[in-house]
Design a protein. Structure first.
Length: 351
């Protein structure tokens, strides 16, 4: 009986456990899954926002209520009065509903592409066909990357517009919501943060050393402009020859590069959360954000591990791993440990 049971178990089809990897060569259905994931994120954001609105206690400091999303809306200036006091929760309700509506639209789009749309976009009609891709076609992948960059740039500029023209954002240095009329556009000031220079002096916190909203909004202005310019460049050109030689163009390779970018963002968020009271005001997040920072750090390590795994999975599909690849594996592990050590040292200096 045991042997029979084992035989039945091994004969089962476990391919569904591979998740979206089953769709790796079906651009239409993979797009559907991509859109459906966005819908799930929107649904989570909308539902949790509404849940927090129903449980919010105006008389209690926001930082003591264990909130996840209302704090982010508050620092954007929604429903906030002097001293960071919440004066109106109706904007939070509206934003939550808008996210739920968006989740329904995205969910419907995902279901359409999965069940009714062409499995491969090359077999679809209209403009959708031009977004079909082959993993081995760097030029087409560059075109798709370009469109992603433009959307990211527009999102950054939308944040700038909110801060400058549509109500402003909360400034903890004055305890008021104010419009940022003169964002910093000096490239030496903005890009100096990347090299650890703030106010003419070197600061180990780098970008997290920013202490005024003019620089924060100016940085987003630069990011928006560069993303849109880079998007246009990627749409109209193809990767340079050395890029084609240095990067691996297959499904695992592209995913590994995406995960590396997300890991970098999580690490950046980690030390911003831990040390920067301008971007994460004490009124909304409290003075001790160590646990919050460790969550971001955990995400960073998770994404970095995914990047490493998919990177070498991509290499193993194209050729046998060389000594150079094995050395890269060692260096990747060393880099992960270095990030861990740096993060723990920085967090230990948190006042």
């Amino acid at each position: 009986m045991t042997t029979t049971g084992m035989r039945i178990s091994t004969d089962r089809d476990w391919s569904w456990l591979s998740g979206n990897a089953r769709l790796i060569d079906m651009s239409g259905q993979l797009l559907g899954a991509h859109i459906a994931h966005a819908g799930l994120i929107m649904f989570w954001a909308g539902s949790v926002t509404l849940l927090e609105v129903t449980k919010f206690v105006p008389e209690q400091p926001m930082s003591e209520q264990g909130l996840l999303l209302l704090s982010n809306l508050a620092r954007l200036g929604f429903g906030i009065g002097s001293g960071g006091i919440v004066t109106d929760t109706y904007p939070y309700f509206v934003i939550g509903i808008l996210h739920l509506v968006a989740s329904a639209v995205l969910g419907a789009g995902g279901l359409f592409h999965v069940f009714r749309g062409a499995a491969n976009l090359k077999n679809s009609e209209g403009n959708a066909r031009k977004f079909h891709y082959e993993w081995s076609d760097p030029k087409q992948l560059s075109l798709i990357l370009g469109h992603h960059l433009i959307f990211l740039g527009l999102a950054a500029l939308l944040f700038v517009a909110k801060a400058m023209f549509f109500g402003g954002i909360y400034d903890p240095s004055v305890g008021e919501v104010r419009a940022i009329a003169n964002p910093t556009i000096d490239p030496f000031t903005i890009f100096g943060y990347l090299f650890g220079f703030a106010d003419g002096r070197w600061n180990p916190l780098g970008m997290a050393a920013v202490d005024n909203l003019e620089d924060v909004i100016g940085g987003h202005l630069w990011i928006g402009a560069m993303c849109i310019a880079g998007g246009a460049w990627h749409i109209t050109t193809e990767p340079l020859r050395w890029i084609k030689g240095a990067f691996t163009f297959n499904g695992h390779g592209i995913l590994s590069y995406s995960l590396a970018g997300v890991a970098l963002m999580a690490f950046t968020s980690c030390y911003f959360v831990a040390f920067n009271d301008t971007v994460f005001p004490v009124e909304f997040y409290g003075s001790d954000r160590t646990q919050f920072a460790f969550v971001q750090f955990g995400l960073c390590i998770t994404f970095l591990g995914g990047h490493i795994w998919h990177s070498f999975k991509a290499r193993s599909q194209t050729a046998k791993l060389s000594d150079r690849d094995n050395f890269s594996i060692f260096m990747a592990g060393f880099l992960g440990l270095a990030i861990l050590a740096i993060s723990l040292v920085l967090l230990s200096f948190r006042p």
